[in-house]
Design a protein around this ligand. Sequence first.
Ligand SMILES: NC(=O)C1=CN([C@@H]2O[C@H](COP(=O)(O)OP(=O)(O)OC[C@H]3O[C@@H](n4cnc5c(N)ncnc54)[C@H](O)[C@@H]3O)[C@@H](O)[C@H]2O)C=CC1
Ligand SMILES: O=C([O-])CC(=O)C(=O)O
Length: 367
Amino acid sequence: MQQNDEATRRMATLSAHLHPPSLQMQGVPPLRRENCRAKGGAPGFKVAILGAAGGIGQPLSLLMKMNPLVSVLHLYDVVNSPGVTADVSHMDTGAVVRGFLGAPQLENALTGMDIVIIPAGIPRKPGMTRDDLFKINAGIVRTLCEGVAKCCPRAIVNLISNPVNSTVPIAAEVFKKAGTYDPKRLLGVTTLDVVRANTFVAEVLGIDPREVDVPVIGGHSGVTILPLLSQVKPASSFTSEEINYLTNRIQNGGTEVVEAKAGAGSATLSMLNTRRTYSKMQAYAAAKFADACLRGLRGDAGIVECTFVASQVTELPFFATKVRLGRGGAEEIFPIGPLSEYERVGLEKAKNELAGSIDKGVSFIRK
Ligand SMILES: NC(=O)C1=CN([C@@H]2O[C@H](COP(=O)(O)OP(=O)(O)OC[C@H]3O[C@@H](n4cnc5c(N)ncnc54)[C@H](O)[C@@H]3O)[C@@H](O)[C@H]2O)C=CC1
Ligand SMILES: O=C([O-])CC(=O)C(=O)O
């Protein structure tokens, strides 16, 4: 019996070689690819990246392929996913990689996934706001989330596509319509705001950024990005000049990169930040946030990250705060905590702008 299994596995491996991922994507269905997992490959989670051939998608695919918690990695895009898939699939790490190209292959890309990461959509050019991306990205996110609702309704969704303040409400409405909405499983990725805040605060304090933890609440655009400098760890005090400088720099970090790239896109590399380590190996853990979700799914205790999520901490239906990630997604949402007067003023501005962006997303689906 065991011999038969081994023979089947070898045949499937050979068949996979004769029909590599790039060919299968042209219509040849994968032949029992589950038998092609590297021998001894650890069991893990199934992750799909939608928009895998893009500026964020490509390095994210690389890092997810290196994440020991991932056993199956599906790379979907409307262009160039065969090349990215062939390339990434040659890495000698455990995850089995499969590629999917274009709308007819979306459902296969999504079926059975535990986590779906969505960086699909256009990025900003200088002079644009994130909201200027709504026209194109809203429709992209709607279609992809309809696929999620149909094919992997229990998956945890990490939504990266901008404007996050509107695309998360869009996704929620799509899932509500389909009857699959679980607010704990829909997470807008705001980790980059925390990453920037940690970096810029560390620069001011003259300490290692890995030792700094700055909660960033609200949303992911301009004044909706509200760093809580009064809650920085290690406990630190700042002059009002420093508070102004840091708040503005953190709120405009994305624009700083868009302008420096001068038309060639927005932040991609800093999206892939991680500062964790796995045993002896440096953790190439994709976006820090996806890795945190995977550790939550595994059942690790004490996984806390900021994310834009359905929430009751303010009167708004969505708000970014620290949450505890677990097997069910955002299992606990932490309160904002005590604010300085400067932050209280900032919170009102953030809520005003967020309310409009959330409504815009909701009406896009309800109209
Ligand atoms: N949440 C956050 O912190 C951040 C969000 N972003 C956002 O992430 C998005 C992606 O940025 P980049 O990777 O730099 O852009 P990019 O243009 O390099 O890549 C986007 C990819 O999405 C693909 N795509 C377009 N329509 C698609 C569809 N219907 N289905 C699947 N894939 C599709 C494109 O073919 C392309 O490969 C942008 O909206 C950007 O604003 C960027 C940085 C940070
Ligand atoms: O600014 C942009 O357009 C991309 C983004 O969300 C960021 O870098 O925070």
